[in-house]
Design a protein around this ligand. Structure first.
Ligand SMILES: [Zn+2]
Ligand SMILES: [Zn+2]
Length: 545
């Protein structure tokens, strides 16, 4: 019996660096991707301005901007309240993923380990959520349900566990992390290839998220210019990022081999580079600028914080002996039940910080009439935002001499949509001109920031968070297959254009998407000529005009 062909194979390399993908396809490090590049169209994509840490995947798979799907971070403010909720427990994303649209149009789909994706309740095909990898929002689940146990019994689960975060890894621990990521890629390739071989897929989409983990955890092992780069450690570990990318490349080779004549799109929805930003100072900076008021701290809490300071001062060996005791003292049921809190005095704050990832800080205006106990009159909001922007841009890190904040963005000037109230009002883009270190690595080199301006005086802080890589907004793609032109795309489509491109390739429109299908991929020769450049003269001529 002949297996019906797969029409479209989509492979995500989660949060992979576009610059490294280009460099490593050019120098042969990633031979399978290089082979696809040689017969395909390659280019970069624009990302989700201001929300590229949390919103990238939901925007990618719905083709809509965050003001329309309403998701910007795992923990979000519930509109009309001061309550923070875990979005995984609610509607999550309030727009249709493109595979739902395809499924309803009768297309057969496989949607495997796409990050930040909830299990569909109905689907013409199969879905796997969080078999393993970087993000763990919903837990491992599949459609049909029996598939979960089948994969688990025959291939096991991802060996890296639910979270890649750890502080102060030593060389052998990096080796163990890398090995578990590579093993995870190999195992995923096994069960994915098996599903692909069933054939008859209109859409077969899978994502390797090990590049995301390696990017956050191992950037300093890759980049000798990173302040946390320790040659003694890197000599033992090698370039962990390169090893993980290479294992993903090998898995891609296997999938491509099994995909027959399918159209192939490989993409990174957002990127990765050195860690940056002074997120750990955001609340203090807003307080120093007088726009946010600190909580009035009860004596009991002040005592606990003082004890926590003493705790951090203890040697590591002593801490690990005492940690069961510490956990019993500090995490009582009461604290757990209360959940996350905004942590400022809302009756005296004209704005307050909201979690939006480390690269771009989120700030919510405490508006009279919108917030339950609003302080800022809507009529004053414009002037307030302009002043806050001026004050934030005036702050420099006097250790590096760099401006601390690169850009202050008002969400409403960039986005429009019915869920805009779910988003922070102001976005503070930290400068990435200087890579910061962390107290968790390399004796804390470059972990300190000394923020200074006439308005705030001097505020100091240290980054304790152990990651050495952080997201960048732009992405990367390549498309190959019957009819796709060979070359490099000179214009940059948006990451929002991917979903409408995928549905168009299968003859289905994605209604109400903000993105547009990429004509150079869906083969409209008249429009695609102008934005292509052939890579070399022995390739088919792109024609004139
Ligand atoms: Zn990340
Ligand atoms: Zn991870």
């Amino acid at each position: 019996m002949t297996v019906p062909p797969t029409k479209l194979l989509v492979i995500g390399i989660d949060a992979a660096s576009p610059a490294l993908l280009d460099a490593w396809t050019a120098d042969g490090t990633l031979p399978n991707l290089a082979a696809l590049v040689a017969r395909g169209l390659v280019g970069r994509t624009r990302g989700i301005d201001g929300f590229f840490v949390g919103s990238t995947w939901p925007s990618m798979y719905t083709g809509t901007n965050p003001a329309r799907h309403g998701f910007h971070y795992q923990v979000q403010l519930v509109s009309g309240s001061y309550r923070l909720e875990d979005r995984a427990r609610g509607d999550f994303v309030e727009r249709d993923p493109f595979w739902r649209v395809l499924s309803r149009a009768g297309k057969r789909v496989a949607v495997l380990d796409v990050p930040l994706t909830k299990l569909e309740t109905e689907l013409n095909g199969v879905q796997v959520v969080e078999w393993g990898g970087h993000d763990a929002f919903f837990g491992y689940a599949t459609m049909p349900p029996a598939l979960a146990l089948d994969i688990e019994q025959r291939f096991g689960r991802h060996p890296a566990g639910a979270s890649c975060d750890a502080n102060g890894r030593r060389a052998h621990e990096y080796l163990a992390l890398t090995a578990s990521l590579e093993e995870g890629v190999a195992r995923k390739a096994e069960w994915t290839v098996e599903l692909l071989a069933r054939g008859g897929w209109d859409l077969f989409m899978t994502v390797f998220t090990e590049s995301h983990c390696a990017g956050h955890q191992c950037w300093h092992l890759h980049d000798p210019g990173h302040p946390s780069h320790d040659p003694a450690v890197a000599t033992i570990t090698g370039d962990a990022l390169r090893s993980v990318y290479r294992s993903i490349d090998a898995a891609i080779g296997r999938l491509v081999d099994s995909a027959g004549e399918a159209q192939i799109v490989v993409f990174a929805a957002h990127g990765m580079d050195t860690r940056y930003g002074s997120h750990f100072l955001l609340r203090e900076l807003l307080c120093a600028l007088g726009v946010t008021a600190p909580l009035r701290v009860p004596l009991r809490t002040r005592l606990r914080d003082a004890l926590a300071g003493l705790w951090r001062a203890l040697p590591k060996a002593v801490r690990s002996k005492l940690s069961p005791l510490r956990d019993r003292v500090s995490l009582n049921e009461d604290t757990r039940a209360r959940g996350p809190a905004i942590g400022v005095d809302l009756d005296r704050s004209r704005c307050f910080p909201l979690a939006n990832g480390l690269a771009v800080g989120g700030v919510r205006l405490n508006l009279v009439g919108r917030e339950p106990r609003g302080v800022l009159e809507p009529a004053d909001a414009e002037r307030f935002c302009a002043k806050l922007e001026t004050d934030l841009l005036a702050i420099v890190d006097c250790i590096t001499g760099e401006q601390l904040v690169r850009r202050v963005v008002r969400t409403r000037e960039v986005y429009a949509g019915e869920r805009i109230d779910a988003l922070p009002d102001i976005l503070i883009e930290w400068s990435d001109a200087i890579a910061h270190g962390t107290t968790a690595l390399s004796d804390g080199a470059a972990a300190q920031v000394r923020a200074q301006s006439p308005r705030i005086g001097v505020i100091e802080g240290k980054n304790d968070y152990g990651r050495s890589g952080e997201h960048r907004s732009g992405g990367w793609f390549l498309a190959a297959g019957p009819g796709v032109r060979v070359g490099r795309m000179t214009r940059e489509p948006s990451v929002l254009d991917l979903a409408p491109t995928f549905t168009r390739l299968l003859g289905v429109e994605l209604p109400a998407a903000d993105g547009e299908s990429i004509e150079e991929i869906v083969r409209d020769p008249a429009r695609s000529e102008a934005s292509l450049s052939a890579r070399s003269s022995n390739l088919p001529s792109p024609g004139t005009g």
